[in-house]
Design a protein around this ligand. Structure first.
Ligand SMILES: NC(=O)c1ccc[n+]([C@@H]2O[C@H](COP(=O)([O-])OP(=O)(O)OC[C@H]3O[C@@H](n4cnc5c(N)ncnc54)[C@H](OP(=O)(O)O)[C@@H]3O)[C@@H](O)[C@H]2O)c1
Length: 326
């Protein structure tokens, strides 16, 4: 019997209170399945929601934690001939913080071998979300302005780099002045600090051009600022809520400016778009990762045994993802 490490939880709660490093028996792939060995996994805000029991979909307990990771096929079940050992794939979504997991070969998402492992590890949620925000919600003309909060998040950094490549212009809201130069170096047109009164200067920033799209993953005052600067007929897309504060705004923006408030959830988008839609978005993401258009920083890498330090680090001010490797 081969044992493997997993980071799992038997109840919902805060990661540092409920997560456990356990050893369980490694499974052999059943007929039609492959076994995938984890290369690198990500810690994302949605992991906190899934571990805490507040996310849009939850796993049955006890559960292996983690939603995103890249792996390599290390064993084939009977009858599998469509893929071979050594191919790089998305790690099974049932829980990415474990050394191996099995899944049907027919459901694999293939990862090009020329995309660096660390980039591939966080390619499955945040970059495709950024791509959909820019391409699938409003038909933006080249040169259009977009505003976003959490500009230094993985989604935010993807939006900055993709928007530049697509010919859109960005205003990114951040909470720390020290992020202004690094974000500009990645291609941000303007970076503004939350609470600095930046909405009053927005006409100077855009040269009077309207802002057509706003991406809100924070909530509270930061989201209200976006609604105030949107141009006539502009759309705010909410796809995250890093603060629990209500978004308050004067109704005049809905009435006189015809502003639209919509939501986006990548999981639901994938269900609706099906395999063809997913393939289109992922191949756009991988093309950008390959040619260097899109590069996301890694803040730090921890082993499974160091998962508590990884979570403490994840909560510190940072510019990049914290990765877990077995
Ligand atoms: N709906 C979807 O399908 C979907 C898909 C992907 C991501 N998301 C959401 O998008 C957001 C970003 O995800 P990510 O993985 O890109 O994030 P990330 O890289 O982990 O970065 C977290 C970001 O949140 C900011 N933040 C954290 N706590 C905050 C607070 N109390 N007030 C204001 N800002 C705060 C951080 O700013 P500081 O550096 O200043 O702390 C940082 O910019 C999350 O809300 C996530 O759930 C949603």
């Amino acid at each position: 019997m081969t044992l493997q490490k997993t980071i799992c939880h038997h109840e919902f709660g805060k990661p540092l209170e409920v997560l456990r490093l356990e050893e369980v028996e490694q499974r052999e792939p059943a007929p039609g399945e492959v076994r995938v060995r984890l290369l690198a996994a990500t810690i994302n805000p949605s992991d906190y929601g899934m571990i805490g029991g507040s996310y849009g979909r939850l796993r049955e307990l006890p559960a292996v934690a983690g939603r995103e990771g890249v792996g390599v096929i290390d064993a084939l079940g009977r009858g599998v001939s469509s893929v071979g050992v050594g191919a790089r794939v998305r790690f099974p979504e049932e829980g990415t913080w474990q050394e191996t997991a099995c899944m049907p070969a027919a459901d694999l998402l293939m990862v090009p071998s020329d995309v660096p492992v660390d980039q591939a590890a966080f390619s499955f949620i945040n970059p495709p979300t950024a791509y959909c925000l820019l391409k699938k919600i409003v038909d933006l003309a080249p040169g259009s302005w977009v505003v976003q909060n959490a500009g230094n998040s993985a989604v935010g950094l993807s939006v900055i780099q993709m928007a530049k490549a697509m010919g859109f212009k960005t205003i990114s809201q951040v909470r720390r002045e020290e992020l202004i130069e690094p974000l500009k170096a990645l291609g941000a047109d303007h970076v503004v600090v939350e609470g600095s009164g930046w909405p009053k200067q927005v006409k100077e920033l855009t040269g009077g051009e309207p802002i057509q799209l706003a991406f809100n993953s924070i909530g509270g005052a930061s989201a209200t600022d976006q609604i105030k600067v949107l141009g006539d007929g502009g759309t705010q897309v909410t796809f995250g809520g890093m603060v629990g504060d209500l978004v308050r705004f004067p109704t005049r923006f809905l009435i006189f400016n015809d502003v639209r408030l919509v939501g986006f959830w990548w999981d639901k988008w994938c269900q609706k778009a099906g395999k063809n839609g997913l393939d289109e978005v992922m191949s756009a993401v991988y093309n950008m990762m390959r040619d260097g258009t899109l590069k996301l920083p890694v803040e730090a890498t921890y082993s499974f045994a160091e998962y508590e330090e990884a979570f403490k680090h994840d909560k510190q001010p940072r510019l990049g993802k914290v990765l877990l490797k077995p």
